[in-house]
Design a protein around this ligand. Structure first.
Ligand code: CTP
Length: 395
């Protein structure tokens, strides 16, 4: 509830009688500042404490079911899933669920229970029936469970629930059913078993783009070099070290992809050979012979399907406009996102970025300084807008 509030949501809580045994309603009432629903027959009066004066106040289940953006049942017990499937409406929660139309209001269940219960044929069948009816069901995590057993049934974490809601409530599904490949972070070139050449890319922009594409409904593959970041939930991640590995994994992921976002900063140069043993400083003159590594983007541009949109990124620090225009042409990508890391708040390691983007179709857009997360959403939107515009012109 707290994380949802931090994300700007107004949260109203319904507790089943079992939940009220574990956590007192007063706690949720104090933290939410809203009346907590515990039963169908409570003293509902005519108005809520917040004073919204809902016309449904005398019908508690409708009061909770109307005027909402989503319902989250978390944790969802085997009992609640079973009742929801059967249409049983014998308490406030199940009556509220019965009063929600899942095609208009997203309903998200977060099953959390013992692994054997989760895997029980009845529970499995209930999940698939709910999915068929349009509800969304998060897959629990696997690991040690509250009961001491181990298996699938753990709480998947607040971040996963928030991400799922973000897609359900805020995403417009513009990439629904399509695959998007995003690369992020630096790559490394090994000098010897202990030393590497790398760069300052944090991976934040690429991770944000993976999240933004997922929110728009895409199935996302995030291919990343060494970073300290936590991958967005639901995104397939592949971790790589070297530029050559990155290139291979991108080539494998590319066929059939709708978009490739090359936000990674592959190491451009690496030692011509990795020394098999650690170089001793007294026996090494400190010189390295470097050779160019493969250009992943250039290979992708050649190998892609005609329908795959490729977005490159460029870091320029001088004569930015001219160099960006040149790079868009020389790289052969559809769009190029350009930033100057010497500008305050932009580029490597920051949570914010300021960029402009240019397209092979002659388009250009200057984005304001903003969080990488917001920027990722704007970039995904802009690229989709441009492609739609192009398709309209072509028809
Ligand atoms: N890129 C790549 N493979 C490389 C180097 C870069 O695919 N070996 C991609 C990056 O992911 C980015 C784009 O190329 O999308 C531009 O990278 P940038 O570093 O700006 O340009 P370079 O091609 O490295 O050129 P230069 O360093 O000379 O500016």
């Amino acid at each position: 509830m707290r994380d949802l509030q931090r994300a700007g949501a107004r949260v109203r809580v319904v507790l089943t009688s079992a939940a009220s045994e574990l956590v007192r309603p007063a706690l949720f009432e104090a933290l939410s500042g809203e009346r907590v629903g515990t039963g169908l027959w409570g003293d509902w009066g005519t108005a809520e404490p917040g004073g919204t004066g809902s016309e449904y106040a005398r019908f508690p289940h409708l009061d909770f079911a109307r005027g909402i953006d989503a319902v989250v049942v978390a944790p969802a017990t085997a009992n609640t899933l079973g009742k929801a499937v059967a249409g049983i409406a014998d308490d406030l929660l199940t009556t509220t669920l019965a009063a929600v139309e899942p095609s208009r209001t997203p309903v998200l269940f977060v099953p959390t229970m013992n692994a054997t219960m989760y895997d029980h044929p009845a529970c499995r069948a209930n999940r698939s029936t709910l999915r068929e009816r349009g509800a969304f069901i998060l897959t629990p995590d696997e690991g040690p469970l509250a009961c001491g057993e181990t298996g699938v049934g753990r709480w998947p974490g607040n971040a996963a629930i928030l991400a799922a809601l973000d897609r359900l409530v805020n995403g417009r599904g513009r990439l629904s059913g399509r695959r998007v490949v995003v690369t992020a972070g630096p790559t490394e070139a090994a000098i010897d078993p202990a030393r590497v050449l790398t760069n300052r890319s944090s991976g934040k922009m690429g991770y944000a783009l993976a999240g933004a594409a997922w929110r728009e409904g895409a199935e996302v593959t995030l291919i990343h070099g060494p970073t300290r970041l936590e991958a967005p939930p639901f995104v397939r991640t592949v971790s790589v070290r070297t530029t050559a590995e990155l290139s291979e994994v991108v080539a494998e992921a590319l066929p059939g992809a709708a978009q490739l976002w090359m936000a990674a900063a592959p190491a451009d140069f690496g030692p011509d050979r990795e020394n098999p043993t650690k170089l001793k400083k007294d026996e090494w003159d400190g010189r390295l012979a470097l050779e160019r590594s493969e250009d992943v983007l250039a290979r992708a541009v050649v190998e892609r399907d005609a329908s795959t949109v490729i977005v490159g990124f460029a870091v320029e620090t001088d004569d930015v406009e001219a160099k960006a225009a040149e790079k868009l042409v020389s790289k052969g990508c559809d769009f190029l996102v350009v930033n100057d890391p010497t500008e305050a708040g932009a580029g490597f390691g920051h949570d914010t970025n300021r960029v402009f983007a240019i397209g092979a179709d002659g388009s250009r857009r200057d984005f304001e300084l903003m969080s990488k997360r917001s920027l990722a959403h704007e970039l995904v939107d802009w690229v989709l807008d441009r492609r739609e515009r192009e398709a309209e012109v072509a028809s």
